[in-house]
Design a protein around this ligand. Structure first.
Ligand SMILES: Cc1cc2nc3c(=O)[nH]c(=O)nc-3n(C[C@H](O)[C@H](O)[C@H](O)COP(=O)(O)OP(=O)(O)OC[C@H]3O[C@@H](n4cnc5c(N)ncnc54)[C@H](O)[C@@H]3O)c2cc1C
Length: 487
């Protein structure tokens, strides 16, 4: 039984009164992330340093409160939406860039630092932090690590996991462990990789060692527009099939182009059925070569015009439209819902047609803006949830979209994670045995199920008996090694 009052007093003693919130308004503010699901919590705490995080975890354990780690709350899957008498541990006051070591190509950062603040801080050293989610102005590095965030430039550079060398993690029992290492390889199991994308279910990330990526010497940003969505989508496959992997290939359909243009005034062609933003980078020669391949793939697929950003200001404007697209849809309707399923690039044309069909059947507005190079769809259903019956239609349509993507050979999430919103879809792609194996990993870190309960794994996914039986078989086999087997 949780003793919230005792936990509050202990937290105030450890962190200071101003770092603990318990009034109803504050609790309401931290009851959800940027997704549609809302929960509730008992307390909110703001650690400032690693020992404060340890104190939060220990005190929550002593007083029976589950822990929900939270960065900036921009998650789109309900990962930091608390349930029940939880203690929400918010890292937004842990924003230090601890150290930058250009010679080692690494930096240590606190988890609450915003992604863009890190990238900007690295620029004077000639480096960047490559993963650039569209939420990068706000989303935290700890949140990015915990969702294994992607972004436009992850097509060529790889997602968050490829840019995290090591993590200092406060485990559910309050112990601090370093997972991974500053060096290229760690002995034993790669627990750093297990932690990345674990959505706050295994511990609280209290410091992150990130890999630095050199700024490219040359960059070219192109805006391509098409008369049909099919030609636009086919161009994406054609570019990749040509052997070129651009730094970014982002696709926006007409509905989103119009909304983004009204907001950002980026000069987007609002009469196009769809546009692509393609960026290539590298040496001048490599940029020339890649741009030529992109132009030829686009020409073969009916491109209308290709606009090349003339300077950094124009490039920034083109990206501003793309990166503010989710916000810009507020002009269409007050709420939106999306899933970030991934489909094979070769299926983009068919799946997009299916998405439009589903929206039409449910009488909903859908717009599409997504990391097309990765096949990572983001169909945005815009609606007003105060209109009776609308939310039900949105959820029915979104389930059909998820099933469509899975049937096309896709994955449930390309970057936002599973959280609460996609948790019950997990059996669509994983067998009971798979889910049980994942539950075993989880309980190895968190045997008492204290970290971010009810997230990621559907109800009933337990570290099961069959897995234990196999473990015993393996142990028996090991015990029966023939004499002399050990060197
Ligand atoms: C407009 C908009 C655009 C977006 N664009 C992208 C995009 O391009 N790519 C992309 O990947 N995502 C995108 N997102 C989703 C979201 O920004 C990312 O998932 C981001 O990584 C979440 O970071 P956060 O700090 O807000 O984390 P939160 O939402 O606070 O938390 C996300 C998850 O991480 C866990 N967590 C947070 N901090 C810690 C920690 N220190 N230790 C352990 N667990 C922790 C939480 O428990 C939760 O499960 C977008 C969201 C919005 C609103």
């Amino acid at each position: 039984m949780a003793d919230v009052e005792a936990a509050r007093r202990a937290l105030e003693d450890a962190l200071g009164q101003s770092e603990v919130l318990s009034d109803p308004l504050a609790l309401r503010l931290y009851a959800r992330d940027a997704s549609l699901v809302e929960g509730g919590c008992a307390l909110v705490a703001f650690p400032r340093r690693l020992p404060d995080v340890v104190a939060c975890v220990r005190i929550a354990g002593e007083h029976g409160l589950p822990i929900v780690p939270r960065g900036s709350g921009t998650g789109l899957a309900g990962g930091s939406t608390p349930i029940g008498d939880a203690l929400v541990v918010v890292t937004s006051k842990m924003t230090d860039l601890i150290e930058v070591r250009p010679a080692d190509r690494l930096a240590w950062v606190e988890p609450g630092l915003a992604n863009l603040d890190l990238a900007n801080a690295l620029r004077p050293y000639g480096f960047t932090y490559a993963p650039d989610p569209s939420s990068q102005q706000t989303s935290s590095i700890g949140g990015n690590v915990s969702t294994n965030a992607g972004g436009p430039h992850c097509l060529a550079y790889g997602v968050t996991s490829n840019h995290v060398l090591a993590l200092d993690v406060v485990l559910p029992d309050g112990n601090v462990e370093r997972l991974g290492s500053e060096g290229p390889e760690t002995a034993g199991y790669d627990l750093r990789a297990v932690m990345v994308g674990s959505e706050g279910t295994l511990g609280v990330v209290a410091a992150v060692c990130v890999r630095l990526t050199p700024l490219p010497p040359a960059v070219r940003t192109m805006l391509l527009d098409f008369e049909t969505v099919a030609e636009c989508a086919a161009t994406v496959s054609a570019i990749i099939a040509s052997g070129v992997v651009p730094a970014a290939v982002e696709m926006m359909d007409n509905g989103i182009v119009v909304a983004a243009e009204r907001f950002a005034h980026a000069g987007y062609p609002t009469d196009a059925a769809a546009i692509l933003i393609v960026e290539v980078d590298g040496t001048e020669a490599a940029v020339e070569e890649q741009a030529a391949a992109v132009e030829s793939a686009a020409s073969a697929n009916g491109v209308r015009t290709i606009r090349v950003a003339a300077d950094e200001a124009e490039r920034a404007l083109i990206w501003k439209g793309r990166k503010s697209a989710f916000g810009a849809v507020a002009q269409i309707a007050p709420h939106y819902h999306l899933h970030d399923c991934v489909v094979p690039r070769s299926k983009l044309v068919d799946v997009l047609a299916g998405v439009y069909d589903i929206a039409e059947r449910h009488d909903l507005i859908v717009t599409n803006v997504f990391h097309a190079g990765d096949g990572n769809l983001h169909p945005l259903l815009s609606f007003d949830r105060t209109v009776p019956g609308t939310l039900e239609r949105v959820l029915a349509a979104s389930e059909e979209i998820v099933r469509l993507c899975v049937d096309a050979g896709g994955a449930l999430s390309g970057e936002h994670g599973i959280g609460l919103e996609k948790r019950d879809f997990m059996p669509l792609v994983f067998t009971a045995e798979d889910l049980s194996a994942q539950a075993c990993v989880r309980s190895a870190f968190d045997p008492d199920a204290r970290m971010n309960p009810l997230k990621v794994l559907p109800d009933g996914a337990r570290c099961g008996d069959f897995a234990m039986a196999r473990g015993n078989d393996a142990a028996r086999a090991a015990a029966e090694l023939p004499e002399g087997a050990w060197l």
